[in-house]
Ligand binder design. Structure first.
Ligand SMILES: Cc1ncc(COP(=O)(O)O)c(C=O)c1O
Length: 399
């Protein structure tokens, strides 16, 4: 790699346009497919959703994929379908988006936090067993930033204690562990297609699973407790009579979303490869910046999809993470915060004060972490600019 013309240039010439943390890559194929759907006469859940589900299931390598309106909705009905009851305990990570924990809490079950590995920020599997009690029913790991949690270690614990694993694979489209796609080996998994994710359907998500009975329950929970979808009911040959088999929700996916999803899924391996290249360049350039801790990849066999590139602003930087984010914004660089440790959020800190101070790796990371811009249409020069901007901020902080 030739030396960057931008690195070390001082003063920094501030770019004219704002570099966002993320931007979806939408091609003409998605646009044409959406238009085709809008003109087709059937725009909600229908044949394109079914096709998308089949293609997603094949991509992950599972018999069933159920598309839902969001990963949050998927977590909600997934936990219900797994039989989560008030008072049950679910082991999870504090370094996640609140949705993971909120859905446990919304069902009056109790989240039990296990600290993260300080290098990878994945749930520390060495601490999971000690967190198991008589009330523990399952483990809800999060494949943070596009790297997998240590699924082999978690599966061995879950087998020994007869627990389910529900993978939060919101960051994990294309992520593999030991050669297998995440979301293919556990009782249940959920992916997200929010616009910041590695592929998008605007909003949306998908549940992946193998068990036929669980699939039937989820299908009903997804749509009012019906075992037939509206599309089947209104299609030629369908019957409009419906039977409510349980009090379900309305978390279905539309054919407009599927129109995006079909083409995004076909492109996602290419998107992920581009993310890997950009992450490698960040990694190389940031090796020269000792005040910044670079994200560490797990040591077990995996394919990383770099959903996020999460740095940590070390104390020697001479400024806080929040100050770094504000200074980068002044230099036209957007950043993100993935994530504030959930147990420190006001609701959780008040309800479960026992966790405060008990998860030191998560709390330290939570104060220091910051996600840098990373998306397939970024250029190498954009990455060089971000690193030059960080260096410029650090030079000013030292003055
Ligand atoms: C780890 C994690 N889980 C769950 C979700 C929820 O996804 P959605 O926005 O599709 O509901 C997100 C969203 O950012 C997430 O990052």
């Amino acid at each position: 790699m030739p030396p960057s013309p931008l690195i070390g240039t001082s003063p920094l010439t501030i770019r004219d346009d704002f570099l966002p943390i993320s931007k979806p890559t939408i091609s003409e194929a998605e646009i044409a497919e959406v238009v085709d759907t809008l003109r087709s006469g059937w725009i909600t859940t229908g044949p394109k959703t079914q096709r998308f589900e089949e293609e997603f299931a094949a991509f992950v390598g599972v018999p069933h994929a159920l598309a839902v309106s969001s990963a949050t909705g998927g977590l909600h009905i997934g936990l219900i379908a797994l039989g989560l009851k008030p008072g049950d305990e679910v082991i999870t990570t504090p370094i996640t988006w609140a949705a993971t924990v909120n859905m446990v809490e919304a069902l009056d079950a109790t989240p039990i936090f296990v600290d993260v590995d300080p290098a990878t920020l994945q749930i520390d599997t060495a601490q999971v067993e000690a967190a198991i009690t008589e009330r523990t029913v399952g483990i809800l790991p999060v494949h943070f930033a596009g790297a997998p949690s240590d699924l082999a270690a978690l599966a061995s614990i879950a087998d020994r204690y007869d627990l389910w694993i529900f993978e939060d694979a919101a960051h994990g489209v294309g992520t593999r562990a030991g050669g297998r796609h995440v979301g293919s080996t556990s009782a249940l998994s959920v992916f997200s297609f929010h616009p910041i994710k590695n592929m998008t359907t605007i909003e949306g998500g998908v549940l992946t699973l193998t068990d036929d009975e669980l699939e039937r329950a989820l299908r009903a929970l997804r749509f009012h407790g019906l075992e037939k979808s509206a599309w089947n009911r209104y299609a030629a040959g369908g019957t409009p009579q419906v039977q409510v088999t349980r009090p379900g929700f309305k978390y279905n996916f539309t054919d407009v979303q599927a129109s995006l999803g079909i083409h995004q899924l076909a492109a996602v391996e290419g998107f992920n490869q581009r993310r890997r290249e950009l992450a490698a360049l960040y990694h190389e350039l940031l090796a020269e910046v000792p005040e910044i801790q670079r994200p560490a990849a797990p040591t077990y066999d995996h394919d990383h999809t770099w959903h996020l590139y999460v740095i940590q602003v070390l104390p020697e930087a001479g400024l806080s993470r929040d100050e770094m984010m504000a200074a980068l914004r002044e230099r036209n660089v957007g950043t993100g915060l993935h994530f504030v440790a959930v147990h420190t959020q006001p609701y959780y800190a008040q309800k479960y004060p026992q966790w405060l101070g008990a998860l030191p790796a998560a709390e330290r990371a939570s104060d220091r972490l910051c996600s840098l811009p990373l998306y397939p249409s970024m250029t190498e020069d954009d990455v060089r600019y971000v690193v030059a901007a960080i260096q410029d901020v650090l030079v000013h902080a030292r003055r």
